[in-house]
Ligand binder design. Structure first.
Ligand code: PMP
Length: 428
């Protein structure tokens, strides 16, 4: 495949945008080479600036669960745009999408919309601190909750891909209020809780981490976490920015039958427009301004275009719950196919999958947390990434990311992907 125009566009971008990208994970720094510039996308396919067609396994890092340019979402945005793009005043559609989200997700009474997953998680933690009157938080190594200061402590995703899981610019004071536990290791949590009695406001977790590749929770882990929180007056925050409206209508809470105290959303909830949200039961949400003392705001929060896209997306998912099953089946099919060809070609690997989230790790051990994710062979991943790309398959340009499937993918697309993996793995 030729990437002449993409490379030229990247050179221009680098002159005026740091690193040529507006979010680091878009750069190919971890795998080498220049990023691909997209011209348009439809269904399961990306069409790049050089005229190549790629099967897309990133799907905008999760939001495009039904595929790109989904007609009802596109039409909703077009129609809304004609009526004005922002007012900074309440609109009816905000209540409509809030009602729908509250009806789809277990255990939430009220929801507030923001503009990104970062804002959602940052606000959720502030609310937890305000509500409990405590300062410290526990997060898990390799989990990513956006780029707000408190979260850039052993963060996953781009932060670890670019070697800055602890970013300069985060003050020592902020960093010392973030305590670090190990995912799937409840003892690492109880030790922190015992050593910081009555100081911990919340535990924030990706119920299914997707930012160190995809990692399933081990049996009982999330239940134990719920118990620790209940016994110590700690709020449990599920960061469902990736898992919300993807793993099930009600996200990981529904899939695992566990109630979190605060839930954060991003990605699918905005149908591809910049939307995040956080939600909880009424007594917690009423702590927010203007009702309560915890301040949180946003000029563009609840923006009509974003709400129109989100409402169209959630309406579609709510009326077609079979989408989640269809996606899980497709992902299982891909999993089996990839595992078979990698094994046949004697490539050491571990594949993790939950619902429509899947990741391939080039290591022998099972990948259950950040330490084991970091054991994977990055050189093999780099070659795998580029060789798959050469065959028209676009996966995330880092081993510390998850592949997100969309329902527009056909079994023919999946077979093409498995065939490409077969060819590629002969050379790994
Ligand atoms: N939480 C999780 C689990 C995420 O995966 C991400 C982004 N990938 C975020 C929070 C931050 O979201 P955003 O990039 O929209 O700020």
């Amino acid at each position: 495949m030729i990437y002449k125009r993409s490379s030229a566009l990247f050179s221009e971008a680098q002159k005026v945008i740091p690193g040529g990208v507006n979010s680091p994970v878009r750069a190919f720094k971890a795998v080498g080479g220049d990023p691909i510039f997209v011209k348009r996308a439809e269904g399961a396919y990306l069409y790049d600036e050089d005229g190549n067609t790629l099967i897309d396994y990133i799907n905008s890092w999760g939001p495009m669960i039904l595929g790109h340019a989904y007609p009802s979402v596109v039409n909703a945005v077009i129609e809304k745009t004609k009526k004005g793009t922002s007012f900074g005043m309440p609109t009816e559609i905000e209540t409509e999408i809030a009602k729908l989200a509250v009806s789809m997700v277990p255990n939430i009474d009220k929801i507030r919309f923001v503009n990104s997953g970062t804002e959602a998680c940052m606000s959720a933690v502030r609310l937890a601190r305000g509500y409990t009157g405590k300062d410290k938080i526990i997060k898990f190594a390799g989990c990513y909750h956006g780029h707000s200061d408190s979260f850039l402590i052993q963060a996953g995703s781009g932060a670890v891909t670019f070697g800055s899981p602890n970013s300069p610019g985060v003050t020592k004071g902020t960093a010392q209020d973030t305590l670090l536990a190990s995912y799937n290791d409840i003892e690492s949590v109880t030790t922190l809780v015992e050593n910081n009695r009555d100081e911990i406001a919340c535990i924030i977790i990706e119920p299914v981490p997707g930012n160190m590749g995809c990692i399933p929770p081990s049996d009982g882990f999330l239940q134990s976490l719920r118990k620790v929180c209940d016994e110590n007056d700690i709020l449990l925050i599920f960061d469902e920015v990736m898992t919300g409206f993807r793993l099930a209508k009600g996200g990981a809470q529904e899939l695992y039958g566990i109630n979190a105290d605060i839930v954060t959303f991003g990605k699918v909830i905005g149908g591809g427009l910049p939307v995040g949200a956080f939600a909880a039961r009424e007594e917690i949400m009423n702590f927010l301004a203007p009702l309560g003392p915890v301040y949180q705001a946003g000029t563009l929060s609840g923006n009509p275009l974003a709400m129109a896209a989100g409402l169209a997306m959630l309406t579609e998912l709510n009326s077609k719950p079979q989408v989640f099953e269809s996606l899980a089946k497709k992902t299982e099919y891909l999993h089996k196919g990839l595992a078979e060809v990698l094994s046949r070609n004697k490539v050491t690997h571990t594949i993790n999958r939950v619902g429509s989230m899947i990741s391939v790790h080039f290591c022998e051990t099972s990948v259950t947390n950040f330490e084991t994710a970091a054991l994977a062979n990055n050189n093999t991943f780099k070659k795998f990434f580029h060789d798959m790309l050469a065959k028209g398959i676009y996966i995330a340009p880092s081993a510390f990311e998850t592949w997100f499937l969309c329902d527009a993918l056909t079994y023919e697309d999946l077979d093409k992907t498995i065939d490409a993996c077969n060819e590629v793995s002969k050379q790994l």
